[in-house]
Write a protein that binds this ligand. Structure first.
Ligand code: NAP
Ligand code: ZN
Length: 366
């Protein structure tokens, strides 16, 4: 057996974990930069909890609340300039994957002068502002990954900065912040986490520990399918989903993602389809494709989910996602041409050709 496991992030998942652990903030410095989106952190109480904790500890802070969904390079450069102006010595990212990923890039760019052509490749020096992350969606797992995924107009896609420097020092995870998440976002983000766990199990980098975590994550999500379908997302459902999302984040920190994610990036870039929905629309076709060469691996995944076959999986996802976007075959040709060059393709245990990607797109939207 060969296992490589590395998680330098301290994970505290607990009700009221910000208030209970307020004294930890003092370990990070005397001036925090809070990075968040435009509205939700104010509405769900997370921003107030953090500013109360900082004030109680006598720590100053500045708030950069301009993170867009699917943040651009310009957006994070603006945040890094704001961090420097405010002499921040650590960064607290609050929100879904967009603010968490933006806060990682801001922490890096506040310390390193990286032109656009070096941003995704490095080389990086060791300098970065220490990071604390608080997820308020239950999907990306960014609070435990070394990735910051930005909209990259040069590649007409989304591209990741991937370096161990980006692992947060601390993840503070409290399901209560997700209690008011609209059902649509709850579904999209839950399926993003499911996609991370499934893709992690179908990655060449999977190992015994990541498979254990992925299986647990899948079970927690699948047992809430009926809640997601009925819109009955109570506290125990929310607790399952955020736990599952963090587990799946730990999985992809080791395994990376596969064809589903790089195919999904075009759906987001060109059609503004939410990240989790984009993955979810493609996931059943990817399983059906992989099944031809790895029938036992797919049977095992279906067993974990308590589903008969990939058609049953497609059926659940279709019911969760409703009517699909209209996309032309010409666009699918273009998207498969872009996706085949993504680095995620090499992670697939069954490697698709460009034609396979095209067929998966067509099947997913038919
Ligand atoms: P998001 O883009 O962060 O947020 C989507 C929407 O949800 C925003 O309008 C946001 O509002 C709102 N929202 C957030 N928390 C809320 C809450 N508690 N209640 C009500 N509304 C809330 O969505 P996401 O799906 O979490 O993140 C997607 C991003 O993560 C993509 O850029 C994707 O590429 C990236 N990602 C990163 C990783 C990784 O490992 N780093 C993994 C997967 C995906 P506000 O704007 O007002 O906050
Ligand atoms: Zn994802």
């Amino acid at each position: 057996m060969s296992v490589h496991f590395f998680l330098p992030t301290r994970v505290l998942l607990d009700e009221d974990c910000v208030r209970k652990n307020a004294s930890l903030f003092k370990e990070f410095g005397t001036k925090a930069l809070i990075v968040t989106g435009k509205h939700s952190a104010r509405a769900n109480g997370s921003l107030q909890d953090v500013t109360d904790a900082l004030t109680a500890q006598g720590i100053g802070f500045a708030i950069f609340d301009k993170v867009e969904t699917n943040p651009t390079i310009a957006n994070v450069r603006e945040g890094a300039a704001f961090a420097k102006q405010n002499n921040a010595d650590f960064v607290i990212g609050i929100g879904g994957g967009s603010p968490m990923d933006a806060s990682k890039a801001i922490a890096l760019l506040a310390c390193q002068n990286l032109p656009d052509q070096m941003l995704f490749t490095g080389p990086y020096t060791q300098q970065i502002l220490p990071l604390i992350l608080l997820p308020t969606t239950a999907g990306t797992g960014s609070e435990v990954t070394q990735y910051s995924i930005l909209t990259n107009d040069l590649a007409q896609s989304k591209t990741s900065i991937a370096t161990p420097l980006l692992f947060p020092k601390l993840a503070l995870i409290d399901a209560k912040y997700t209690s008011g998440l609209p059902l649509r976002t709850t579904i999209n983000t839950a399926i993003d986490a499911l996609s991370h766990a499934i893709e992690g199990m179908l990655s060449t980098k999977a190992n015994a520990i990541t498979n254990l975590l992925a299986e647990e994550s899948i079970r927690k999500i699948v047992r809430n399918f009926s809640n997601l379908l009925n819109g009955t997302t109570d506290a125990s459902c929310r607790a399952d989903l955020i736990y599952a999302s963090t587990l799946a984040g730990i999985v992809i920190a080791h395994t990376g993602t596969t064809a589903v994610h790089c195919m999904g990036y075009s759906l987001t870039y060109f059609h503004h389809i939410d990240h989790g929905r984009a993955n979810g629309l493609l996931l059943a076709s990817f399983l059906a494709f992989a099944e031809k060469q790895q029938p036992e691996a797919i049977r095992h995944l279906l067993n974990i989910m308590g589903l008969e076959d990939t058609a049953a999986f497609r059926d659940v996802l279709n019911r969760l996602f409703g009517e699909k976007e209209k996309i032309t075959n010409e666009e699918f040709q273009k998207f498969s041409g872009l996706a085949i060059h993504a680095k995620n393709i090499a992670n697939c245990t069954t490697v698709p050709s460009q034609d396979d990607l095209y067929n998966m797109y067509v099947q997913s939207f038919s």
